[in-house]
Design a protein around this ligand. Sequence first.
Ligand code: AGP
Length: 612
Amino acid sequence: MCGIVAYLGAKEASPILINGLKRLEYRGYDSAGIALLNGGMHVYKTRGKVSDLEGLIEDKDLSGTTGIAHTRWATHGEPNDINAHPHTSPNGKISLIHNGIIENYAILKEELKQRGYVFTSDTDTEVLVYLIQDIYEHEKTDFAETVRLALSQVTGAYAIVVLSQENPDMLVAARKGSPLVVGIGEGEYFMASDAAPIVEYTRQVVYPGEEEIVVVSLKDGLKIMTIAKTEKTPYIQTLELNLTALEKGGFPHFMLKEIYEQPRTVRDSMRGRLNMEQGLVVLGGIQDYTRKLLNARRIIIVGCGTSWHAGLVGEYLIEELARIPVEVEYASEFRYRNPIIFEDDIVIAISQSGETADTLAAIEMAKAKGATILGICNVVGSSIARASHAGSYTHAGPEIGVASTKAFTSQVTILTLLALMLAEKKGSLAASRYYRLLHELNSIPEKIEKALKANEDIKKIAEIFSKTSNALYLGRGINFPVALEGALKLKEISYIHAEGYPAAEMKHGPIALIDAEMPVLVIATRKGHYDKMVSNIQEVKARKGVIIAIVSEGDDNVESMADYSIEIPETDEMLVPLLATIPLQLLSYHMALIRGCNVDQPRNLAKSVTVE
Ligand code: AGP
């Protein structure tokens, strides 16, 4: 996610702003910038790190007691100096920083272009600051009202801070779907994406609500109104958290924070792509390749680790819903086995980091053989994204924990959208099932929220099994890859040997492992091979195995057979992976913690494997 910092007061703003950006570096970013008011406006920004920004400004005029600063996590537009924030209005008098996604930026940009505006960047953010100038000049409204009118035209998610050369003793901020906190000092105000940049100056904070606009001015103090222009009384709280805890959003580890971010990150993966009113899926990044996808002889999905597991889920989704043949390949194997690739093949590369060497090499090889490459990456402008002909970003925000969690559910969300988009265009799915799936997918973020409520029960199960040396994960159909992913999570952070298997395969060998010491995780939700999973549970129980079952809410039947069960909300069979993976992530997290493992940086592992 982007990082926002702003200051209004009597002190020189630049050191506070730069220091604040450093407090937000943990969030991951690709560029940084600052804007200062000192009679005129000075804007300095660059691709790279905060240290690069410091290098850029070391000989510049940094005077000014009003300023905004930003670290950018690109969503629209490559990471470069032009796309970095702050963005400034054409007349150079208004500057804005933004965290979030403006879904209707293209429409707004077109309207502004028709009014003669010329844009300099590829970002959605620049559209907003141009719109603010346009309204300010035409409506002659005060600055705060101008920002409110502009935001009334915006759909999407935002946390913004805007400064105006004509209103130097004021900052206007607003949020919807992205975090923002306001710090209140003695005659000074701080604003930031979270409290980390603020806590060393003041512990008096206000957390603006959804669709609220915050105006701070040296003359009138702090005021809050809603987008609908209703005055709100600020609720001032005292911050208790220390700096380290703040960077993790109050969670003890990045991994747990990222597990709990999934209702929002899955929503962000769908944002601007799932149009419930029109019953349509729009994947803007690949729409030029829709015809190619529909006519493809086959789709080859390549990835590594968790991304490969997401690809396996994608195979079930695309073949079941869109009836297009799919093959899923370990990138490391695919790149070396001289595969047969046809020119009408589509290769989808899945990669959170966008820098995994095996995956990058695999797509370069496939591209050289004439295939079309589509990327599903989380890092904008990453090597794999740039090596692809087109693609869709997952918009999951930086994933700091080495063990992939929110990236997986975001990847699966994009693959679900892709399968539904193709199915709708091919007419391969009954309209009733298509619309039911759209509706069900739209409800997944709330259902993930519900699945997370089992955390305390899962922690108790982890306490029972944390000393086990082995574990077996079983799933059928679209839940087989979830079993693989659950096993990978456990082994990579708790160092317990865990294997994922198609449940039916158990009788071809793994059943020899079953005994009273062996916990067997089974995904036995009501949808999809339920009866067969019940049989597998009975086979394990007959050999004194111990069953931990992921079950559908209220399924007393399996719960009566299992030694332990964890409930997840009901959903369509095709969407179960988005929910079943949640308890498995939490179980691995708690077992690793009890074993004293470093859950965020497990031994021997790197977040991105950029070497062979
Ligand atoms: C998953 O928890 C691991 N961190 C690892 O398997 C990872 O998924 C794999 O290295 C692929 O990384 P990528 O998605 O960045 O390409």
